[in-house]
Each structure stands twice: as C-alpha cells, then as structure tokens.
Design a protein around this ligand. Structure first.
Ligand SMILES: C[S@@+](CC[C@H](N)C(=O)[O-])C[C@H]1O[C@@H](n2cnc3c(N)ncnc32)[C@H](O)[C@@H]1O
Length: 262
C-alpha cells in the first residue's frame, strides 16, 4: 500500500494551507540577521526532508543555488518535475537525512514542517546534526521548524489535526494525527493516523490512508542534543514566521530553531 509520502500530489494538496513565499521571506530575513557577518555572500541552501521541495523551489526562484534532499523516490521525482516545469535550477538528492554526504557546503540548511519528527531516536538526531554541520559553511545557519511543545503539553493545542484546503486542482480533506492517537510515554512516538481525501476537479475522489510514526522532541531535549552534538550555537528560537515572536510567547504556534555553525 502506498503511504502518504508515495503520493506527492495528495501531500501537496494537504499542506496547501501554508504561505510558502511568506515563510521563505522569514528564512531570508533570519539568514540576514543571524549569519556571521564574516561568512560571505548568502548564495546556497540545502533543504532536508524536502518532500516536493516547495521552499527549495521558492528559494531557487529567488536566485539562490538550491539542493533538496529526501528519502522518498516519489517525492524526489515530484520535486525534479515541478522544478523543471517551472524552469528552475534545483539539484535533488535521494538520501537519508540521518547520514548523508553531498560534495559541497551550503550557507543555509533548512528542515520545514516538523520533518525532524522522522528522527525517532537520540542517535538519529545526533547523526543528523553532525551531517548538517559537515555541510555548512562557517558562520552558516541551520533553521529547523518543529511542532510547538504546547501541542503536547497544554490542554489546548495550538494547531489543528483536521482541516480542509482548496487548491487550483481541487480540494482536500485532511486528518493528520489527533483523535484517539496517543503518544507512547516512553519513546515519545505517536503512530499518527493520516487520511487525505482529494477531490481532484474532473477526476475521481480518492483517499490515501497511512500510519506515520512521529517523534515529539521537547525544547530541552533539543537544546541538550545540540550541545552534545557540538558545532552549533543557538542564535534564536522563534514561535512563528510572521512576527518573529519568541518560542515562549503565548501566541507562538511553531518551534523554529536558528542554529549557527561555529
Ligand atoms: C512532513 S513531510 C515535509 C516535507 C517538506 N519539508 C514540506 O515542508 O512540505 C516529511 C518528509 O520527510 C521525508 N523523510 C522522512 N524520513 C526521512 C529521512 N530519514 N531522510 C530524508 N527524508 C525523510 C519524507 O519522505 C517526507 O517527504
């Protein structure tokens, strides 16, 4: 049975609620603010667990040299096809973000939409941080967007697990976790039940279901892992893309780490 990451069109429709150009504005704003002043011109970006590479393609559209990496062959093919159709130069690498090797360094690495939830153990996270560090220029940044811990620790979640989207090609009704899905109190992994029903204009209605393991990383675990891995300092922690609110603001709904390569 194909999973949700084998069905890039379904995944894209499900995640179409995001304002990708505005999120890319924030990535560029934070790069200008937090990169070392001596780090040289900002030219290159590596997107990890990129999926269909929405952010990578937007960054390429803005003239940067961009590489997108993902484990899923279907997602890599989709990223290549969409970039080619838009006339964008994008390098796509099929690899595991836990341990990868690309023969160049980047000024910025990014991981969007809580994709670090696919690192299920501390060893996965440490290997990942070491791989990212090896691929960054000195003074370059790693920006990782994660779920906000309030979604796990407070009575009221700050994000929803059920939503609908309208895209040019149709509509999607999505359930991603929530409901009766429970976090394992020892491993902090939730087997999230995912269901995406895509009503493509002029096409059949189809539903893709999947069970996706999601590891919740607390803020303090992440700080400890970053210290243990070495090679990074924490430059900032934001709670959204629009207002640069800190991660501990009452209105914060994402946990966005800005790490600087030492
Ligand atoms: C939630 S999607 C996010 C995609 C993209 N970052 C976005 O913002 O739309 C997670 C992606 O992580 C990829 N993935 C999962 N485990 C991975 C791994 N170990 N290495 C690389 N990619 C991985 C999946 O194939 C999927 O495309």
């Amino acid at each position: 049975m194909p999973g949700i990451y084998d069905e890039p069109e379904f995944y894209e429709a499900a995640c179409a609620y995001r304002d990708v150009p505005a999120e890319v504005d924030a990535l560029i704003r934070w790069s200008d603010k937090h990169r070392d002043t001596g780090a040289g011109a900002f030219r290159s970006v590596l997107e990890l667990a990129a999926g269909p590479a929405e952010h990578a393609r937007e960054l390429a559209r803005r003239g940067l040299e961009v590489t997108a990496l993902d484990l899923s062959p279907a997602m890599c093919a989709r990223a290549r096809d969409l970039a080619a159709a838009a006339g964008l130069s994008l390098t796509v690498v099929e690899a595991d973000m836990r341990d990868f090797s690309i023969p160049r360094r980047f000024d910025l690495a990014i991981t969007m939409l809580n994709s670090l939830c696919h690192l299920l153990t501390l060893d996965d996270l440490l290997w990942h941080l070491a791989s990212v560090a090896r691929h960054l220029t000195g003074g370059g940044l790693y920006i990782a967007e994660l779920a906000h811990p309030a979604d796990y620790f407070t009575a009221e979640r700050r994000t929803s697990s059920e939503w609908s989207t309208e895209v040019g090609t149709g509509t999607a009704s999505v359930r991603w976790g929530g409901g009766t899905d429970e976090i394992d109190p020892i491993t902090q992994i939730t087997r999230e039940h995912v269901s995406v029903t895509y009503r493509k204009r002029g096409g059949p209605v189809r539903t893709v279901t999947d069970v996706v393991p999601n590891r919740f990383w607390t803020a303090t675990e992440l700080m400890a892992a970053i210290r243990l891995a070495g090679g990074f300092t924490v430059a900032a922690r934001y709670g959204d893309f629009d207002n640069d609110s800190p991660v501990d603001a009452p209105e914060a709904w994402r946990m966005i780490l800005v790490l600087r390569r030492e």
